[in-house]
Each structure stands twice: as C-alpha cells, then as structure tokens.
Write a protein that binds this ligand. Structure first.
Ligand code: COA
Length: 330
C-alpha cells in the first residue's frame, strides 16, 4: 500500500519572550505556581500580524528544507482556532503570501487536535491521489483570544507555528502508517469562546462582557485530556500492532507538563522518550506538535526510520493520534 510521508518541516515563534515574571507584575500569580502547576517557564507573544504571519516563515523554512518552490504545492491546510479573519481562509491568505499559485486549500478547526486532524487529512489526500504535495500548517496567535486579566488562562498559552510537507513516500519503510481520531462534542462547553461566531455575533455588549476570550473549566479539561490522550495512544498502538518499546519518540500536544507526565505514567513510557518543549512556548494549540517535530529534527534528535507517535487532545473534545516512521535524513 503506497504511503504518504512528512518530507520537510519548519517552525516559527515570534521574537518577544514573556517569562512568568511578566505575569507576576500584572496578575495575582507567581512563577512558582505557574511552573509547578503547568511546567511553563515562558512563552512568545506576537506584537502584530495574524496566524498567516506566524505560518509564513515556518512554511518558507519547510519549502527551503525540501528545496522546492511554493508553486510546487498543490494544497495548503491551515489548522487554527485563531484564523486571520472569519473569511477568507487563512490558507488562502497564506497561499498568496507564499506565492503558492497552484495550491487550493482550506482551514481546519480542530483546536489542539487540529494538526493531527490536518495531517490525517493530508495523508489521505496524497494517498488517494487528490494531491501530490500538501503543506500542513498548525498556527495560532492565542494572545488574540486569551483574556490577559484572567490568571487561569492567560499564563497557559503562547503564539507560534509549525509546518510539515506531506507527499508520497518512495520508500516503504517510512511514512504515516496508522491513525486514530475521535470527537466527543459533549465536552463543548468545557473549553470554548462564547461569542464572535454565528450564535452570538460580535456587538458592543459581547465585547463589554469580554465574551470573545477563551473560557475554560481547567480541572475538567485536565482530567479529560489525561484519559483521552492515554486511550487514543493505546488504541493506536493496538491498531498498529506496536508496543511502547518500539516507539522512539512520543510527541504529545503541549498543554500542561502534568498532563504529559500523567499520560506517560499511565502508558508506562519513560519521559526520556517524550518530546517536551512547553516550558519555552506554552500551549500554542495547533502549532505544538509540528513545532516539536521541527525543533527536534533541527536539533538532530530525530533519525531516519524512527518510530514516532503523535497524540493530541483539545477543545470539542477532540482527540487523535498518528503513528509514523521518520522519513527525513535517509
Ligand atoms: N496563579 C495562581 N493561582 C491560580 C492561577 C495562576 N495563574 N490559575 C488558577 N489559579 C488558582 C485557581 O483560581 C484556584 O484557586 P481557588 O482554589 O481559590 O479557586 C487554584 O489555583 C487551583 O485551581 P485548579 O484549577 O485546581 O488548579 P490546577 O492544579 O488544576 O491547575 C490548570 C489549573 C488550568 C493549570 C489545569 O487545570 C490545567 O492545565 N487544565 C488543562 C488546561 C489545558 O490543558 N487546556 C488546553 C486544552 S488541551
């Protein structure tokens, strides 16, 4: 069976670093609380631009790594919960900025599972012959939807983008092998933005009531994320006929270090084989997993043929996991 593979990566975070101390001066919080309850030490916030401006430099690096022009792309998928605008899609805006004149594309709203959903979609487009080269972007400017006065959410998120290129693998040994995706809409109000959509369009009242910011029941999301992520990984391993000993790296969505540790503990996976960078970036939502992949690749920590499991959980509730073997660096 022909397989699609990730053949290049790129990432971008804005230059301005906001350490926990920055919040200590503005909110009733401490560096010690944030570190111990989340594992986050600092994050980046963009001073201007939208999700497309975060994705653009990451996409350019990805194309550069592969040594192709933007015109060689035939599809762009942008996973994001912070699109530049309701319309047109951020994919269309990015297409123009990149000069990807031969690409169609769309945005995908899967929140923190957005990148996994987009990667699965791209894989199937490529394997089905509908596209040859799909640029899969996870990009979120969370600082645009997080209430800076709410200590329970303000400290958790950051801005960033990660991009991968998906195309047919010429090598049977590597590529995207298996996936599992789930959704449980019963969790819809545990993590959501109340206004700004068709249900409650923006008006003076919705703005005055601060209803355009992320609202979260942190404890409910925490519990659901631990159980959901552990379950989706276990299901994936079973489907792929893999054991944890086979897995070189687990790349979890980066929301909270305690969630990642609890998932690893449930599975019996040593933390040395779990990719973690949320201490430096916080939760960048759709960007976390490709940002990890790109960073670990750049640092030379991913080797050709490595068995890698990606796993995500997020608003919706959504969840998903992918098993792949690293195709870069043969
Ligand atoms: N600084 C200090 N105290 C804070 C705080 C902060 N930044 N944020 C919240 N608190 C307080 C709460 O107000 C609460 O105070 P109270 O007991 O007086 O009401 C107290 O800390 C404990 O809150 P609790 O929710 O039990 O803390 P927690 O250990 O569960 O951690 C989160 C809170 C938000 C870090 C945690 O629930 C979490 O990470 N949830 C999942 C979030 C997530 O991953 N979202 C993305 C989806 S993938």
């Amino acid at each position: 069976m022909p397989k699609a593979a990730i053949t290049a990566t790129g990432h971008y975070v804005p230059p301005d670093v906001y350490p926990n101390a920055w919040f200590e001066q503005r909110l009733d919080t401490t560096d010690a609380w944030i570190r111990s309850r989340t594992g986050i030490a600092e994050r980046r916030f963009a001073s201007e631009g939208g999700a497309s401006d975060l994705a653009l430099p990451a996409a350019r690096r990805c194309l550069e790594m592969r040594g192709i022009e933007a015109a060689a792309l035939d599809c762009i998928i942008v996973a994001t919960m912070t699109p530049d605008r309701p319309i047109p899609s951020t994919a269309a805006i990015l297409q123009a900025k990149l000069g990807a004149i031969n690409a169609w594309g769309f945005d995908l709203a899967g929140a923190c599972s957005g990148f996994v959903y987009a990667l699965v979609t791209a894989t199937k487009l490529v394997e089905g012959g509908a596209a040859r080269r799909v640029l899969v972007c996870g990009a979120d400017r969370m600082s645009s939807v997080v209430d800076p006065t709410d200590r329970a959410t303000a400290v958790l998120f950051g801005d960033g983008a990660g991009v991968v290129l998906v195309e047919m693998s010429e090598d049977d040994e590597v590529g995207v092998f298996e996936h599992v995706c789930h959704m449980d809409g019963e969790g819809a109000t545990a993590l959501y933005v109340p206004a700004g959509g068709s249900l409650i369009p923006a008006d003076a009242e919705s703005v005055a009531q601060r209803r355009h910011f992320v609202v979260q029941d942190g404890a409910t999301v925490f519990r659901a994320a631990v159980v959901g992520m552990a379950e989706v990984i276990a299901e994936l391993l079973k489907r792929a006929d893999l054991t944890l000993e086979d897995v070189a790296w687990m790349v979890p969505h980066q929301a909270n270090r305690r969630i990642i540790e609890a998932v690893a503990r449930r599975l019996g996976l040593p933390l040395e084989r779990v990719v973690i960078n949320l201490d430096r970036y916080g939760n960048t939502v759709a960007a976390t997993i490709p940002l990890c992949l790109s960073e670990w690749h750049d640092d030379g920590r991913l080797a050709y043929g490595d068995r890698i499991v990606l796993a995500a959980f997020g608003a919706g509730f959504t969840s998903g996991a992918v098993y792949l073997r690293w195709a870069i660096g043969a």
